[in-house]
Design a protein around this ligand. Structure first.
Ligand code: T4K
Length: 393
């Protein structure tokens, strides 16, 4: 008898309805939120730098261990403001292996020319590829701590210093990550976190820009720019946009911030189970960056669990994706497509010089990780993978 044909889509198999979501928002208890909401309504002050926004900024500054911070309405606006406040104009070297927000803020800025460098083995901007793209017009590096894996921050700092460049980190997925006990946002000039519902810490929508070193003038500029650039009610001092966080979301964040550490621990337990499965499988065609998880000096947040699947006959990222989805397990192809393999960019950005970016985009699959996952969810995800794997090996 041959192997069961689990790879063949069979319309008679009902799609499972007890879905396992890629992630789940970290939510406050209603009872914990109500006193804040009552107070906000009684005081009739709901946005524009209210008391809860200010309090959240103080608490985040402590949690992240940074020297100054401004909350924003989301990380996309935060990245836009960070680039405008710090860089102004010129070439910015960045990665195409990211959520479109990262490079769209550069493409949408008429004074900035994005230059794409390739990624390294951790899916982050490769410092040596950055060096190869530096020209006399380069002003900054915009790197992403992809999946919450830290970039090679020391090497990037060295390159920036040698060439007089600014460094901005898109730290959207890296909330709570630490290196040698230092918050990830202590590296670079500015870091931008996302507080979107799908992130480890969330305010429904939201984010913050934080400073790697004290710079009150820069912080003031960012604060002005997130409020239309207006001073003294009528004077426009500089470019600005509506990038403000409101009181309701700040209150939401104040409550969820207290839940973050235990949520990260629950995520760690999920990742531990994945790691032990893949380590036992020991297949060099399945790359899970296990060294990232075991490096003692890096405290991860377990935001995502990417698996790079080197394609082999009958077994590749897309087959695994399709079969998982059919089973109601909502894995994702982060980051596919990217600027180099999506038709909407009209072939403007060639993949030729970005082989690692293209390869990762075509072959990485993210498995579900979140704080509400149970042991049996993990078992189901692992068993499903195993079934597909065994049928083709
Ligand atoms: N830079 C990077 C590197 C980023 O990854 C992102 C955002 C940004 C910048 C920009 O940050 P923001 O401007 O958003 O602050 C999601 C998020 O919307 C996006 O914030 C995030 N990255 C990206 C990686 O993921 P989608 O379109 O893939 O999300 P969606 O709606 O498909 O949800 C994903 C999973 O989460 C699903 O399994 C369902 C579950 N989910 C989602 C929501 C919204 C829930 O269970 N509850 C929910 O409320 O983009």
């Amino acid at each position: 008898m041959g192997k069961p044909d689990v790879l063949k889509a069979d319309a008679s198999i009902p799609v499972q309805i007890d879905q396992i979501s890629l992630t789940r928002p970290l939510l406050p208890e209603l009872d914990a939120l109500i006193p804040y909401l009552q107070d906000i309504l009684e005081r009739r002050w709901v946005t524009n730098n209210g008391v809860y926004v200010q309090r959240l900024e103080r608490e985040l500054q402590n949690y992240l261990g940074v020297k100054g911070l401004a909350t924003v309405t989301n990380a996309t606006v935060g990245l836009d403001l960070a680039v405008r406040a710090l860089v102004g104009e010129g070439e910015v070297i960045t990665t195409a292996y990211s959520f479109p927000a990262t490079y769209h803020v550069l493409l949408n800025n008429p004074k900035i020319s994005p230059v794409f460098a390739d990624i390294d083995e951790n899916f982050c901007l490769d410092p040596e590829s950055v060096v190869r793209h530096i020209t006399h017009k380069t002003r900054a590096i915009l790197a992403v701590h992809t999946y919450g894996f830290p970039c090679k921050v020391d090497r990037l700092a060295q390159i920036a210093q040698e060439h007089g460049l600014k460094v901005i980190y898109d730290a959207a997925p890296a909330f709570g990550v630490r290196i040698n006990g230092k918050g990830i946002a202590s590296y670079g000039d500015l870091s931008v976190f996302s507080f979107h519902a799908t992130k480890v810490f969330n305010t429904v929508e939201g984010g913050c820009i934080s400073l790697g070193k004290p710079n009150p003038e820069l912080l003031e500029r960012i604060r002005l720019m997130r409020n239309f650039g207006i001073v003294n009610e009528h004077e426009i001092a500089l470019y600005g946009i509506n990038g403000k966080m409101d009181e309701v979301r700040a209150a939401f964040g104040l409550v969820t911030l207290g839940l973050v550490e235990s949520a990260i621990e629950k995520r760690r337990q999920v990742v531990k189970r994945y790691l032990s499965y893949f380590e036992e499988l020991k297949d060099p065609n399945l790359v899970i960056r296990e060294d990232m998880y075991s490096t003692g000096n890096i405290h991860l947040n377990y935001a995502y669990f990417p698996v790079l699947i080197h394609p082999s006959k009958g077994f590749n990222r897309n087959t695994v994706y399709n079969l998982y989805r059919r089973e109601g397990i909502l894995v994702r192809k982060y980051f596919y497509p990217t600027i180099v393999n999506s038709p909407i960019y009209n072939g403007l950005y060639s993949a030729d010089s970005l082989p690692n970016t293209l390869y990762a985009s075509n072959n990485v699959l993210c498995l579900p990780v979140h704080h509400e996952m149970t042991g049996s969810d993990c078992d189901r995800i692992i068993q499903t993978f195993d079934r597909i794997y065994r049928a083709t090996h």
